[in-house]
Structure formats: C-alpha cells, structure tokens
Design a protein around this ligand. Structure first.
Ligand code: KG4
Ligand code: ZN
Length: 341
C-alpha cells in the first residue's frame, strides 16, 4: 500500500510517500521560516497562503523522487488537527479532493499521533507498550502508549508548552524565530554554574508540567543587567540555565513516569526532542534505570510529512477512512482517537 502524507498544520509544508512493504519512499519539506521571521512568529493567513503555493509542487516532487505516478497511490493521509484552522484546511482539501478524484481512501491524522509514532519509522524501533514524552511548540505531554490509538494521558502542561517556553525565552534574549534551536545554539557557549533556575513542579507528586514561570525567571535574571550592558556571555549563561532547567524538569518527570508505569522504553518526539542536551540527558537517565530512550532522526522531530504518511498508512491498513464531507479539528484531544487494528 502506497500512502501519500500531507502535513500543513503550522509553518511547514511536509509531503511524503510511505509504503507498508518498502518503508519510506520519499519525503520533502518546505519551511516557511523566512516568511514569518520578520514578524517574530507565525502569521496564520500567510501560512495558509504559502501552503496553497507549495503543496501541489511538493506532491509532484515526491512522486518523481519515488518514481511513482498518481495511479500508484492507494491512500492519502493528511493532518486534520490540532493546528491552525486555515493551514489545516489547505492540506485537508487537497488531500480529500485528490483522493476523491483517484477513487482511493483518505484518512485524517492527528498531528501529535504523527509525532508520537515517528520513532517507529527508524529501522530500530521500540515495541509497545512505551511511555512517550511529546514536546512540541504547542504540547508537553507524557502518554502511556499501549498500541496505535491506545493512549492514556499521564501528564500535561498547566500553561506553556516546552517549545513555547523556549520560543518566548529566546525572544527575551533577542533571538530570532523560531527560538528553540537558536537558544540551544547560544546555550552551548553558556556557563552552567553561573545561574540556577528553578525546576517547576518537581516537589509535588504527579506528572504535570508548568513552564511559564521559567520564562519570567529568565526575564528577571536578564533585568538585573541594563539592556545595553548585556554581553554575549551573559546571554549565553542565561540561555544555558534556562535549557538546563527545562531538560532537568523533563528528565525528572520521565523517570517518574517510567517508574510509575513499570515501563522500560521512553519515546521522545516533537520539535523539542531535536534538542541535543535533552536527547543526551534522557539517554543517560534511561541507562541508569536499565531503560532505553528512543527518538526520531533529527529531521523527523520537527513537523514533517513522513510521520503523517506513516500514521495514515497504519490507520488505512486497519480499514479506517473518512467520508467525503470533511472538516478539520483545530483542538483535538489525542485520547479521543480510536484504537487501531
Ligand atoms: O513539533 P514542532 O515542529 O511543531 C509543533 O508541533 O509545535 O515543534 C516546534 C517547536 C518550537 O517551539 C521550536 O522552538 C522547538 O520545537 N524546537 C526546539 C529545538 N528545535 C525545535 N527547542 C529546543 N531545542 C531545539 N533544538
Ligand atoms: Zn508538530
């Protein structure tokens, strides 16, 4: 079964082809970063318009990359939520119209399920059950995963998501959008001993997160020095203290979740799982517990079409498909998904 996957939930147009027999056949990504950079964040209307410009050319490109034609497609998967409604509508309408014209099924994919299953695209992948830490721009969730579509929420953020905290703190540091990778780059030159930021909510039992206080802590620390006196080392030290606090907090909660669920496999996914310090720390923590950390390859941590083609293929193979009338679901709790297969 050859499945075309289309991701358009935010500021990246991702298109990929996945075959259940041959694996990932082709994938392409167009990032809108330059389009939104001058505004310091994503402008939804501009995002929708750019998805309209880019999606069809990318579909032609991945088909050409794989040496396939439209007639070789057996199904089409598209991100139906969560995300920006206009951006989602572009992918959904292209996917559904194409599927209808080819008389093949289309399936609506949950963006976070795409992230969660992305590590299974690798040749060495975890078996179910596992614990997933989903850390993206909009989500910070710990999920007990019994199988595809069998998700039990263990913990969520009470305020900002981890990626959102990275982006907001990066802005305070005068860095460009998207801030997470830039802040991580700056933190690499930082002195970890200069500042100590709090680790939010680790003294309480449970697996909830809260990251908005860290951004305020960063602001207060920055304000101790007049703006024109802040040198590169000072900013790098603040970035490092912030990153260490986020990584440490996530590591503590993951350890707690693995213990609570008596589980030995931890999957990290979503944009923040591209963070090298987080990846390294989780691998070390898991090794101490005789557990194992799994992550997608770097390019599949952030938004991409491969994860949507893959999740869609699993659901299409299980017989799932959507009717001909369609909508998108900008807010969509993952626990509402049907178990698959
Ligand atoms: O999964 P993703 O591409 O989009 C959403 O579904 O939100 O995640 C984007 C988020 C952004 O907040 C971005 O700053 C963050 O992931 N991010 C990082 C890194 N790379 C991306 N945060 C920290 N370190 C990174 N290396
Ligand atoms: Zn995402």
């Amino acid at each position: 079964m050859n499945v075309l996957g289309i991701e358009s939930s935010c500021d990246e147009t991702g298109v990929a082809l996945y075959s259940d027999a041959r694996g990932l056949l082709a994938h392409r990504l167009y990032s809108q970063v330059r389009l939104h950079a001058e505004f310091g964040g994503v402008v939804p209307e501009l995002a929708s318009r750019d998805h309209i410009r880019k999606t069809l050319p990318l579909i032609h490109q991945v088909l050409a990359d794989a040496g396939l034609g439209l007639g070789d497609l057996d199904g089409i998967a598209y991100t139906a939520g969560p995300g920006l409604v206009g951006a989602l509508m572009v992918g959904a309408s292209i996917a559904r119209s194409l599927a209808w014209s080819l008389a093949i099924p289309a399936v609506a994919v949950h963006h976070m399920e795409g992230h969660l299953l992305a590590p299974l695209l690798e040749s060495e992948a975890p078996d179910f059950p596992f614990i997933a830490l989903l850390v993206s721009g909009g989500h910070t969730q710990l999920v007990a995963v019994a199988g595809v579509g069998q998700y039990r929420m263990l913990g969520d953020t009470l305020d900002d998501a981890a990626g959102e905290a990275f982006d907001k703190t990066a802005k305070l540091l005068g860095l460009g959008y998207p801030g997470g990778p830039e802040l991580a780059r700056l933190a690499a030159a930082g002195d970890p001993a200069r500042f100590h930021f709090p680790r939010p909510m680790i003294d309480r039992p449970g697996l909830e997160f809260s990251f908005s206080g860290l951004k305020t802590f960063a602001l207060n620390t920055l304000q101790e020095v007049a703006e024109d006196q802040r040198d590169a080392q000072f900013k790098a030290d603040v970035a490092r203290a912030f990153e260490d606090a986020v990584v440490d907090t996530l590591a503590i909660k993951c350890r707690r979740a693995l213990k609570q669920e008596a589980c030995t496999d931890l999957v990290l996914a979503g944009g923040v799982s591209a963070n090298q310090r987080l990846r390294q720390r989780m691998a070390e923590e898991c090794a101490k517990m005789s557990a194992r950390a799994w992550y997608p390859r770097l390019e599949f941590c952030t938004d991409n079409g491969a994860m949507i083609a893959f999740a869609g293929c699993l659901r299409l193979k299980a017989g799932e498909s959507a009717g001909t009338s369609f909508g998108v679901t900008p807010r969509w709790p993952m626990e509402q998904l049907a178990a698959c297969g």
